[in-house]
Design a protein around this ligand. Sequence first.
Ligand code: HEC
Length: 164
Amino acid sequence: MEHKVSDAEFYKIFSILSVIIIVLAIFIAILSNVFAGYSSSGEDNYKSELQSLTDQRTQPSGRTNLASNPSVKQAQKPVVVASKKLSGQEVYNAACMSCHASGAAGAPMTGNKDQWSERVSKGKDTLYASAINGIGVMPAKGGISTLSDDEVKSAVDYLISEIN
Ligand code: HEC
């Protein structure tokens, strides 16, 4: 006896089959995406890393943060404040005034005889040495290490000349 599939049964089987086919299609799509991702992204990653390393190395030097790369630290040149020799007053204005004009950090104030007389009595050479090497809170050369010793000395001379 022939089994007669009813319409209802047919639709049921048909819809179950369609769902399975759709799910399978989605599954295959996902799988192929995953594998496509694997094969190309590995190479892409490699290429983009290579590119960024190349970019880093070929950047104009001004845009490269050399300070963050220990291997190029030695190549870093100190910024030269000025190539021509500065006068005592110029050095003072640029490097010393910030503390000595106001007495900041306990610095002996420019032109203040009381605060300078005892120091001056130690002799110029001692004052030169203190200014060049730093003393107490005062950093060497007032923190501007690119100044030459002579420039610092001339600033000390200027400071002394300002004492009335
Ligand atoms: C960050 C602040 C600061 C700057 C910048 C600075 N000084 Fe001073 N300076 C001081 C302080 C503080 C003292 C006193 C230190 C002490 O006696 O302990 C001092 C002391 C001195 C003395 C007396 C040293 C002694 O033996 O008694 C001289 C000279 C001097 N400074 C020169 C300079 C010159 C020149 C510059 C610029 C190149 C300069 N200072 C920049 C803070 C500064």
